[in-house]
Design a protein around this ligand. Structure first.
Ligand code: SAM
Length: 285
């Protein structure tokens, strides 16, 4: 059932309690890639994330909040921003929020945003810039963690090469902890990526279990770096490996064959950004 609440924002906040409501059905469908692509939209959970997204200029389509959040000044403010941006605001029951997020104890606020990818040709790396390219990344948790880590070290963005998991799935967005809104993401076929890479004016550093170079011996300096990471099961394709200037290895002890992709990316990013990361330069401390 939809009814206008009529308190403060007449006609703009819709109260929804039925799972059969078409607006709710559309939002629930966003858990499937097919419908995310059809609607060019995705969902992000949590008040802080929604505020960050709006601050960073992402376009909100729908704000959903729990009845229990009614009257919360921060939620009211976000609702007003949503309406001002031409979006819809829904006040829903706990049951509806649980169904939308597929979670018990869901967050009280969910935002539906328009998807946004960066075109590969829009990337022109400058001094000290670091980009991460991921070959056919499969696991949403890995992708989300890498986007979050790229954000933490101040990398410029993430390029998804070939068939990959969807950066806008609920699992990936959750794992980014909000960094999906801060880190530009580009997508390219392997062919398009390799063509673009030819114009990359810096070091293209691949990581490989058979890499001949210890990653700690490389002076990354201030040149732009493109860090290329392999697929979870198969590592880098031969073509991508051949397209790298150097293939680096993280030495290991013990019995594990390899590191988890997100862990290996984290190790590499903190090394590449070592000189740029200083406690006294940490704007958050
Ligand atoms: N079986 C795969 C292989 O043969 O490459 C393992 C892939 S590993 C789980 C995923 C990616 O993480 C690798 O392609 C590489 O980019 C990176 N990686 C993991 N451990 C690494 C290490 N010790 N040195 C360099 N790269 C590593």
């Amino acid at each position: 059932m939809i009814q206008n609440r009529g308190d403060g924002a007449p006609g703009q906040v819709k109260e929804v309690t039925s799972l059969a409501n078409p607006l709710v059905k559309d939002i629930k469908a966003l858990s499937l890639k097919k419908f995310r692509d059809q609607q060019n939209a995705f969902m992000a959970e949590g008040l802080k994330l929604v505020i960050d997204a709006l601050d960073l200029g992402w376009s909100i389509r729908t704000l959903v909040f729990a009845k229990s959040a009614r009257g919360n000044p921060a939620v009211e403010k976000v609702a007003a921003r949503t309406v001002a941006a031409g979006g819809t605001v829904l006040e829903v029951s706990e049951k509806v929020l649980t169904a939308i997020t597929r979670r018990d104890n869901p967050q009280a606020v969910v935002g539906v945003f328009a998807q946004k990818l960066m075109p590969l040709k829009g990337i022109s790396p400058g001094e000290g810039d670091v980009w991460v390219a991921l070959d056919r990344v499969r696991d949403p948790g890995n992708l989300g963690t890498i986007i979050r880590t790229a954000d933490a070290v101040g990398a410029k963005g993430v390029i998804l090469v070939g068939e990959t998991t969807d950066p806008f799935s609920l699992e990936t967005v959750r794992a980014t902890m909000g960094s999906i809104f801060a880190v530009p993401v580009a997508k390219a076929s392997q062919e398009a990526f390799l063509a673009w890479r030819k114009g990359f004016s810096g070091l293209v550093a691949g990581t490989h279990l058979k890499g001949a170079v210890d990653y700690r011996t490389v002076d990354f300096g201030a040149q732009p770096v493109l860090l290329v990471m392999g697929n979870e099961q198969q590592g880098l394709t031969d073509e991508l490996a051949a397209g790298c200037d150097r293939l680096l290895r993280i030495p290991q002890a013990g019995r594990a064959d390899s590191l988890n992709l997100a862990v290996a990316t984290g190790v590499m990013l903190f090394e590449i950004r070592r000189a740029a990361l200083k406690l006294d330069g940490d704007s958050r401390s």
